[in-house]
Design a protein around this ligand. Structure first.
Ligand SMILES: *Cc1c(COP(=O)(O)O)cnc(C)c1O
Length: 445
């Protein structure tokens, strides 16, 4: 049965063959549009998210003193990584025209990953809706009120549930518990022990599954449906999450302007985003395309064992195809990307927005992990290193994309932005173990 399905799929979509073979690929999206369109989401929702986050800034400063300096804004810096650029060039024998920048979401306050955007936002807006409906809060109040005992015990009546490979659960657990909610996190088998331990320490309930992420989400959704006091944060379908991620776009525009980095026809911006179920990279991509139009070129990065978004977009089947359908095992050290079936909502929105997708091997992730530590003293978790291969894949396999978009002559003025999606909360012992693995892997070849 299963082999029939695989056979059929490969016949209908011959491009799947390379993916089924676990080859590294660069897939170019032929549905890409200069002016992308969707009727599933609007910038109004992003603006609403910006305003909501602004209302919460006084609360966030009280609850997380680390945010005092940024005036309650959860944001990360961009920085150039020239030593990493040289290290990659040397390692792979390619020259990367333009400059290589890092978006430091691995260092986002509160939870140290890109999930500190969408995940935290959805918990905040849920808390706001409950508080407003109860009459205990108005939008004109100082939201620092929410840090009082009164609100803590108010939120204690409610539960927030989520299914996660790790970082989403971590973000929601931290902010949810801080506000006073009960938090239940359904963790897939890929989730790292330290993330579960930290969540339990914060007072969240962690339910572990022997199965992958999709099962954890399904179980979480099912359990939450039984309880009217429970809100399920749905990584596969939530527009609030998506809006929270998309807020990054305008802020990035400001950061680039302040650094005197121009984005236009002669100065293309390439952004490489590690992708799991799709919400994080999808939200950021949506916002960036709305802000920069045709001059930003966005590529999603996935492990060779878990290219769910690549196959969903390539076939147009979205969540009606899983990596298991083409006999891939969804087994990767990139725990944040270990997702076998992509979000249909995100895939549909991305149809005309995203330039393409590429895949990376686990070996490459660990090679990059070592290179970044040695060249820049930069530690990122393995998932985040998927973004480091964007420029290389594009130069190796993306010639036709560059030609079609008339980019060839502008590449020396290009900016390549790697979205570093996680890593600052990884414990020291884990970092050492990852680094050791990186050294081992590189000594084998
Ligand atoms: C969650 C995550 C991603 C991808 O985000 P999705 O919304 O699952 O696509 C990438 N990198 C890291 C480190 C993550 O935790």
């Amino acid at each position: 049965m299963k082999n029939d399905r695989k056979h059929e799929l490969l016949q209908q979509f011959p491009q799947l063959k390379e993916l089924a073979n676990k080859d590294t690929v660069l897939w170019e999206n032929t549905n890409w549009m200069r002016t992308p369109q969707t009727n599933l989401f609007t910038m109004l929702e992003v603006e609403e998210a910006e305003e909501t986050l602004h209302r919460f800034s006084s609360y966030l400063k009280v609850a997380f003193p680390e945010l005092v300096e940024s005036d309650g804004l959860i944001e990360s810096i961009i920085k150039e990584i020239p030593a990493m650029k040289s290290a990659l060039e040397q390692k792979y024998g390619v020259s990367i025209p333009g400059q290589l920048l890092l978006k430091c979401d691995h260092a986002l306050p509160i939870s140290g990953s890109i999930k500190a955007r969408g995940g935290i936002y959805e918990v905040l807006i849920h808390a706001e809706r409950l508080a407003l409906a109860s009459g205990k809060l108005t939008q004109e109040d100082d939201y620092a009120l929410l840090a009082t005992e009164e609100f803590q015990s108010f939120f204690q009546q409610y539960t927030i549930a989520v299914g996660s490979t790790g970082n989403l659960g971590l973000s929601i657990g931290i902010i949810g518990k801080k506000l006073g909610f009960n938090v239940v996190v359904h963790m897939s088998s890929d989730a790292k022990e330290w993330k579960k331990a930290l969540l339990r320490e914060k007072g969240a309930t962690v339910i572990e599954y022997e199965a992958d992420y999709s099962v954890a989400v399904e179980q979480g959704r099912h359990e939450a449906e039984q309880d009217p006091m429970c809100h399920f944060i749905d990584d596969e379908n939530s527009k609030d999450l998506f809006a929270g991620y998309a807020v990054a776009a305008k802020r990035l525009k400001d950061q680039l302007e302040k650094t005197n980095i121009t984005v236009n026809k002669a100065h293309p911006l390439f952004v490489y985003l590690p992708c799991g179920v799709g919400g994080g990279p999808g939200g950021v991509a949506y916002g960036l395309r709305e802000v920069f139009g045709e001059h930003v070129h966005i590529f999603f990065a996935e492990p060779v064992a878990s290219p769910c978004m690549t196959i969903g977009l390539m076939t147009g089947l979205h969540d009606a195809i899983s990596v298991e359908d083409i006999d891939l095992d969804n087994n990767t050290e990139a725990d944040g990307l270990a997702v076998g079936r992509a979000s249909k909502f995100v895939g549909k929105v991305m149809e005309t927005y995203v330039s393409g997708c590429y895949t990376v091997t686990d070996k490459e992730l660990f090679t990059s992990l070592g290179l970044a530590v040695d060249s820049e003293g930069l530690f990122l978790e393995p998932s985040a290193h998927a973004g480091m291969y964007g420029a290389i894949r594009l130069l190796q396999k993306g010639q036709s994309y560059l030609e079609q978009h008339a980019l060839v002559s502008n590449m020396s003025q290009a900016t390549h932005l790697v979205w570093a999606t996680g890593g600052s909360m990884v414990p020291t012992t884990m970092r050492a173990a990852y680094l050791e693995k990186s050294r081992e892997i590189d000594s084998i070849e």
